[in-house]
Design a protein around this ligand. Structure first.
Ligand code: OXD
Ligand code: MN
Length: 607
């Protein structure tokens, strides 16, 4: 298939516009087949962009430019017609001005390169919850990562062409044309102040310039499945969320589906694949990062799909101890590693993994030995802290058989949570939907730096969506409240969890990891109306003795701290809650203001 053969005017003229502007040497329409994947990987090995690893099998290694290592929130923009619609938590650019700037930036930008056209589905191709997109990119690294992370197929472009199927148009360039006989480099990208990751809600377009890394470039993930999808979900009455999805099976074989939103670095992938420590309980994975949930009119429940097809996980900290199922997924092969370290025997390594190598080549191509320091005397990490693995979800040993069910799975419980050393108990159940939305809207995590400095500053990250909500966050709160009013809705129960509470001497009060299944068990019973619970100032909590602690040692004192209300701590936090809500001005729903008033009254806070 070639662009000239396309019949659909919208599709054809969109593609032709960008081809004419970017002037690539070649155009390649991707089909997502294993042959295409292998062919592009081999080509990248030849150009030096990839190293083929000896282990795991069929796996590759890439090192980025050292200035292009993470999502750049400061260069991420919502280009709504009105600035107010982007809201106080997003950066905004005028859409017409942005497009005018892109006309210049993209002029000839793919000279010397191939323009790849990637047709993809977010979610199982024919799911009523799935959506389709086409990403144009000049990065072969993006193509092969997209083949793992989304469902790429030729059928999608053929059906867009013949059925006029809706699609999200997404354009990406690394912003590094090869002019004349200029040689390419392993990781082309543009300087930070030239990078743009932009979203146009009124046309559902995504345009990304200058970065080849992760969410900046794999446009199906954060740009489409969250920022654009939140806009579509608001219009169409569903939810696009930064949540894992897991299947929880009791020893009696009863099943519940749980979604959970935690900010980055709070263990979403670990919980999605957790190995329970309580006999007979089973956890299986549906997704580890994003959930799309739509009402199913038959049972009135929100049904969730994982729109992704792979895991793009942070490598450091992933080990047989923290997440054996993720390690098995990776070790099954077919994985792309980015910015980790290389071992002498042709494998990869990162901090806090299972081995202690004596020698490595670090992510910046330098020799590394344990304890080696940089020129400022600071111990050097071998892997970049945001180094990643891209690996197919289907390789996960605990992937649930229904993970690709086009109808999605009926959600019984939604968990919110963050990393809190103090105040926030192990688990709280919301009194009702509005209270649950309040818990999501006031989600917070301690900023590590602030904590080190002893300031205990909270960073509010509502619904773990701070960098991912594609419109005014206050209106997004209202959308969540509206979902609760859906006629005939059979809503999930909402909970707030905190695995990270510490004692005064700094020790973790809760063992975490596999033992988090004990909290999942209480949640399971709660959803069935069978959990022993007590009502408190902040919601419902496990009654004394209700949490299954058989076989672990949590002292009576620690249990008390984990499962009681620190009224003084809550009282002290209220001014920060007030400040957080003030940001949303007239967009803050009255119901949430009323929820804050209830909390303040319950904990005895006077304004
Ligand atoms: C991610 C993130 O990469 O949340 O998933 O930053
Ligand atoms: Mn994420």
């Amino acid at each position: 298939m070639e662009v000239k053969d396309l019949k659909n005017e919208k599709l054809k003229s969109w593609l032709q516009y960008w081809i004419d502007l970017c002037t690539p040497d070649n155009v390649h329409i991707c089909d997502g087949t294993p042959e295409e994947y292998d062919c592009i990987c081999n080509m990248m090995v030849k150009t030096g962009a990839f190293i083929k690893l000896d282990k795991p099998q069929n796996s590759y290694y890439a090192r980025s430019d050292k200035t292009d290592v993470a999502r750049v929130e400061s260069r991420t923009f919502i280009c709504s017609e009105k600035e107010e619609d982007a809201g106080p938590t997003n950066h905004w650019k005028d859409p017409a001005e942005m497009k005018a700037e892109f006309k210049e930036l993209f002029k000839g930008v793919m000279a010397g390169r191939t323009l790849y056209v990637i047709p993809f589905s977010m979610g199982p191709v024919d799911s009523p919850i799935a959506k389709w997109g086409i990403e144009i990119t000049d990065s072969p690294y993006v193509v092969v990562n997209m083949i793992i992370m989304t469902r790429v197929s030729k059928t999608i472009i053929e059906r867009i062409d013949s059925e006029d199927h809706e699609f999200v148009p997404a354009v990406h360039s690394v912003g590094y044309p090869l002019i004349g006989d200029m040689a390419d480099i392993p990781w082309p990208s543009a300087p930070v102040d030239k990078k743009y990751i932009t979203h146009f809600p009124s046309t559902s377009e995504i345009i990304s310039f200058g970065s080849g890394y992760g969410g900046n470039a794999l446009l199906g993930k954060k740009c489409f499945a969250l920022r654009i999808a939140t806009n579509l979900a608001r219009k169409e009455g569903w939810l696009a969320e930064h949540m894992l999805i897991l299947k929880l099976t009791s020893p009696e074989g009863k099943v519940k589906y749980v979604c959970a939103a935690f900010p980055s670095a709070c263990g979403k992938t670990n919980l999605a694949m957790v190995r329970p420590t309580i006999p007979g309980w089973k956890v299986q994975t549906i997704g580890d990062d994003i959930a799309w949930m739509k009402f199913n009119e038959k049972d009135g429940k929100l049904h969730a799909i994982n729109p992704e097809n792979g895991f793009f996980g942070v490598a450091p900290g992933t080990s047989m101890k923290s997440n054996p199922n993720a390690m098995e997924t990776i070790n099954a092969g077919n994985t792309i590693f980015t910015n980790v370290a290389l071992t002498e025997d042709g494998g990869v390594w990162w901090e806090d993994s299972d081995t202690k190598p004596e020698f490595l080549i670090d992510w910046q191509r330098r020799p590394w030995t344990p304890g080696c320091k940089d020129s400022a005397g600071v111990e050097r990490k071998a892997a970049h802290p945001n180094s990643r693995f891209t690996t197919p979800a289907k390789q996960c040993p605990v992937i649930a058989p229904e993970w690709e069910d086009p109808e999605g799975v009926p959600v019984d419980a939604i968990l919110f949570g963050g990393r809190r050393k103090t105040v926030v108990p192990l688990v709280t159940a919301a009194r009702n939907w509005e209270h649950g939305v309040f818990l999501g809207a006031t989600m917070s995590s301690e900023m590590t730096k602030a904590t080190l400095e002893g300031q205990g500053q909270l960073r509010f990250d509502p619904f773990a969506m701070l960098p991912f909500c594609g419109y005014n966050m206050g209106d997004y709160f209202q959308h969540w409240l509206n979902i609760g009013k859906h006629p005939g809705a059979n809503l999930p129960q909402i909970f707030y969890v905190n695995w990270f509470r510490r004692g005064e001497d700094g020790h973790f009060l809760w063992p975490g990891y596999g033992d988090n299944s004990r909290v999942l068990k209480w949640i399971f019973e709660y959803c069935d109306g069978k959990a022993a619970k007590k009502e408190t100032e902040i919601g419902f909590m496990p009654a004394d003795g209700a949490l299954d602690l058989n076989g672990i040692n949590v002292s009576a004192e620690d249990q008390k701290a984990l499962l009681s209300v620190d009224k003084e701590g809550w009282k002290k936090a209220m001014p920060e809650f007030e400040k957080h809500f003030e940001k949303f001005g007239s967009h803050l729903p009255a119901e949430l203001r009323a929820q804050l008033d209830i909390l303040e009254k319950n904990v005895g806070y006077e304004k």
